[in-house]
Design a protein around this ligand. Sequence first.
Ligand SMILES: NC(=O)c1ccc[n+]([C@@H]2O[C@H](COP(=O)([O-])OP(=O)(O)OC[C@H]3O[C@@H](n4cnc5c(N)ncnc54)[C@H](O)[C@@H]3O)[C@@H](O)[C@H]2O)c1
Length: 281
Amino acid sequence: MTEINLLHNKRGLIFGAVDERSLAWHTALACKRCGAQIVLANTPIAIQLGTIRNLADSLQIPLLPCDATDVEQLGTLLDEAQRLLGGKIDFILHAVAMSHNLRRHKPYEEASYNYFLRTLDTSALSLHKLLATALKMDAVAQGGSVVTLTYIASQRTVMGYNDMADAKAMLESVVRNFGLIYGERKGVRINAVSQSPTPTKASAGFDRMNYFYRLTDELSPLGNANADDLADLCVMLFSDFTRKLTMQTIYNDGGFSNTALTTRFADTYSRAVELAKQDTE
Ligand SMILES: NC(=O)c1ccc[n+]([C@@H]2O[C@H](COP(=O)([O-])OP(=O)(O)OC[C@H]3O[C@@H](n4cnc5c(N)ncnc54)[C@H](O)[C@@H]3O)[C@@H](O)[C@H]2O)c1
């Protein structure tokens, strides 16, 4: 766990912590530990039904309501965040996603297009809206850093990830397009972190998740990255140590994205095949 004062004097906005499993929750804790001043944001319904207020109270930091798909609300949030933090924002975590098709177990080939559009709006366009609004308001400080969270299903097909795969592909494209604009005009970095499967509220909607964690863990030379591993990486990306790193999708996945077979997985698979053979004999 990071304890260094890497974010001393930095002002941050953290979007998307709903409960103690949330990736944004762990990141907020790590940023605070590393000396940042932060503001939390989530939808009114998430604030009402989740436990994010406990996080805000325990860290003694402001919590603001905002639907990330609503441009007007984003403007108000950015205004209020700057007022509370006492200046322009140095870093933003966008940890926002939702698929009603996934939640309602609608297979990809039977997607509701109404839900599909909402998935794209919430999980990808919300970053565009946030960055476009912040640009107009000049709300991000020179040398600032924005991080969003993505998943490898944007690049390689993962059974059951559904319309969220399309949303993540779009999200990574928004990172590159705004990375150019923000880099040239503001000297601000924008990156996506592609995280290992991690048990959270959002990932619980994904069928057979328990087996999936084990599978990816065994197929990753370093094992799955957990929420604290992600939090430490975000601290690094928000810090000045990564000042020339931008427009990237960074895989925080224990090596999974570059691995076809590990010894651990081969052992498990051979044992399972032997057991299946004995069952049929
Ligand atoms: N958990 C994983 O396995 C995993 C892996 C890779 C990437 N990610 C990504 O990490 C991010 C955070 O997800 P998580 O796993 O921590 O789950 P989570 O459920 O804790 O977080 C998702 C958040 O999105 C918020 N949200 C939904 N609609 C919103 C809206 N309209 N406006 C503002 N906020 C809204 C929710 O309230 C919630 O806080 C997501 O983008 C997710 O796709 C997660």
